[in-house]
Every structure is written in structure tokens, then in C-alpha cells.
Design a protein around this ligand. Structure first.
Ligand code: FES
Length: 351
């Protein structure tokens, strides 16, 4: 019955009010009382913005009581209105769940991408500005066990580990030894003071700062950790080195990486793709989303790396490959993410 009512309400919203939800229709009215209120999202208010290093900004957000507290290591979608358009990107929460619980505050630490669509706006936010965030999501969380853990971070990939270690702060007697190897360019390591504090508070936690120019590839640092459980957060190349090590030594590995490997195809093929009935010709050499955006098609997207699900659409027919896992779909109807899908046959897509 409930699902029937939901379906009817969705149908009514789309066909009578021309909105995805009833809330979306009333959004402008509700915003008169609640700035930045948006259907399906949470409001958060900027409480502090600071520059950690040249090109890296830390933002504290006050979340409202309804926001479901994150688990350390999870990420959120952050949505800003930029030039009249809503732009969303995904960021890991770089603070402990306890801070959210006790002070309604979360922190994001973000590397500014000058060419990107959102991060360049973050340094100009000021205290009191409103933004929208999603509920927290993600599987990159730490489970205590007796096995020692090796955390591998690169660049801004330190953020989930800061959240995880801060969340362990209260339980000083953590069960297993945790060692962190943190790669960044010389003098570009983030939150080092916090890591120092954490290493004093957590007796079984140690860390090392490394740079590729000085220490070589991360793979070369791993020979002492063949029995450890690996948690990795960094660019794909960094992750691939750790993954190769884990494969050879049969280590458990869990990862969050923030760039995709390119598609390497020896032959370029072109396929007919129907997008909401419009016929397009797309190649197998780059993800569907990139090609659709290049062609000027209006499709939703956020992270472009398979995390936020904003580019999700229905594949009515045809075959795609998930470029993260190499898994090939069957021909039947299913939801796919455009940003991580490679076309393998003619397709019919509906957004
Ligand atoms: S754009 Fe985020 S999952 Fe595709």
C-alpha cells in the first residue's frame, strides 16, 4: 500500500507538478523560512574555513540534529549552488563521529582543483553560509581485530584515517598495532600535528611520512607487513601498487581511491547508444559519462569515480563493463553508473 502511495505521489509530482518529488515543488516556499532547504538533502552551515596549506582548505560544518552520524571513514556529497546550478562532489568526513554527536560538527579537508567545478568555491565560503550535504555513505570503515593493520594514505587520502584514528581516541587500548605510511610531496603532508597527537594518545599507533621522490614507490615499503591487513586511500596508481603487493602476499585489502584507471583497449569500436530516445555514437575507449558530457548531453553526475551514484541511469538493453572491477553486465535491464561504464555493444539508456 505504502509503495503504491509513493508511486502515485511520484507520478503526480512528475506529471502534474513537473518535479521529481512533492518537496521539490514546494522548495522555493520552504526556503523562505529555511535557507537552502532542499528536498532529499540535509542543510549544513559553515562554521569555519581555513587554509591548511596552499591549495588545501579545511571547512567545519554544523549539521542539524536529523543528520545521521557518520561512521569514521565514510564520505558525504556536498552540494553548492554555483552560478544558478547545483554542483555536487564527494568528500570524506575528516573528523570523528564523536565530534558530530557532541558538537553537531563535521570537518572536510579538500584539495582545491583549479579546473574543477566546485572546490575552487570552497575558500570563498564564510561563516554562516549554508550548503547541502547528503547522509553519510561508504564501506571504508575500520574494524578492530587482533591482526595488525597497515594504513596507506597518499595526499588528501589521509582524511578517512584521521577520522578513524580520532574515533579510536576514546578507546586508548586498541586491540591491534596500527601503522600508517603517509605519502605526499615533501612538506605537503596534511594534519601532521594531529597525527603526532594521535600517536601520543594511542600507544599502539605509529606513523611515517614519506615522499615518492625520496622513498620510491609505496610497494617498496611493504615487505615488513606481509601479515597485516591493508587499508588504502589515495590515487589509483598508489592503490594499484598496494593491490599488487596484497595479491602476491595474499593480504586482506580494503580501499578507497579517488581516480579511475583509464580504459586500455587495443581496438577502438563505435556503438549506437540511444539516450532517452536520442541516437548517439559512442566509443569503447572512455567511460560513457565523459563522452556524453563532451557531446553536451545533460546528464546528472557528481564524483565521476563511481562513488556518489548521481550518474546512475537505467540500461534498458545492451552490455557494459564496469571499469573498476572488469565485470561485464548481461543484456537485460539494470541500473548502471555512467562514469564507470564502458560500452561493449549497442545500448539503450534512460536517465
Ligand atoms: S558521477 Fe558519481 S558515481 Fe558516477
Amino acid at each position: 500500500m505504502k509503495s503504491l502511495i509513493n508511486r502515485f505521489s511520484r507520478w503526480g509530482s512528475r506529471n502534474l507538478l513537473h518535479h521529481d518529488s512533492l518537496g521539490g515543488y514546494f522548495e522555493p516556499v520552504i526556503q523562505l523560512f529555511k535557507p537552502n532547504w532542499r528536498a532529499g538533502l540535509y542543510r549544513a552551515q559553515v562554521s569555519d574555513v581555513s587554509l591548511l596549506l596552499e591549495g588545501v582548505v579545511a571547512i567545519n560544518l554544523r549539521v542539524d540534529d536529523r543528520w545521521p552520524i557518520h561512521q569514521a571513514g565514510q564520505h558525504i556529497d556536498l552540494t553548492l549552488e554555483i552560478a544558478g546550478k547545483l554542483v555536487t562532489r564527494v568528500f570524506t568526513v575528516a573528523s570523528s563521529p564523536n565530534l558530530a554527536k557532541t558538537k553537531n560538527t563535521i570537518r572536510l579537508v579538500v584539495k582545491i582543483q583549479p579546473e574543477g567545478g566546485l572546490t575552487h568555491q570552497l575558500p570563498v565560503l564564510t561563516r554562516g553560509d549554508w550548503v547541502n550535504i547528503s547522509a553519510p555513505r561508504g564501506e571504508f570503515v575500520f574494524e578492530e581485530s587482533k591482526q595488525s593493520s597497515l594504513f596507506l594514505a597518499a595526499g588528501s587520502g589521509i582524511t578517512p584515517f584521521i577520522a578513524i584514528l580520532s574515533s579510536l581516541q576514546k578507546e586508548r587500548a586498541i586491540a591491534q598495532p596500527i601503522h600508517l605510511i603517509y605519502y605526499a610531496k615533501p612538506e605537503q603532508h596534511l594534519l601532521v600535528d594531529e597525527l603526532n597527537e594521535l600517536s601520543q594518545q594511542l600507544p599502539r599507533f605509529t606513523f611515517e611520512l614519506m615522499s615518492r621522490a625520496v622513498h620510491g614507490d609505496v610497494y617498496e615499503q611493504l615487505s615488513d607487513y606481509i601479515n597485516a591487513k591493508l587499508l588504502v586511500c589515495g590515487p589509483n596508481k598508489f592503490y594499484q601498487s598496494a593491490k599488487e603487493f596484497a595479491k602476491i602476499y595474499d593480504c586482506a585489502i580494503s580501499a578507497e581511491h579517488f581516480s579511475l584507471m583509464g580504459i586500455t583497449e587495443s581496438t577502438t569500436s563505435e556503438f549506437e547508444v540511444s539516450l532517452n530516445g536520442k541516437q548517439l555514437s559512442l566509443k569503447n575507449t572512455s567511460p560513457l559519462l565523459n563522452q556524453l558530457l563532451t557531446l553536451g548531453e545533460h546528464v546528472n553526475y557528481g564524483c565521476k569515480i563511481g562513488i556518489c551514484h548521481q550518474c546512475q541511469c537505467t540500461k534498458k538493453s545492451g552490455v557494459v563493463k564496469d571499469i573498476r572491477t572488469g565485470q561485464v553486465s548481461d543484456r537485460s535491464e539494470e541500473l548502471i553508473q555512467l562514469c564507470v561504464s564502458q560500452v561493449l555493444t549497442d545500448l539503450e539508456l534512460e536517465t
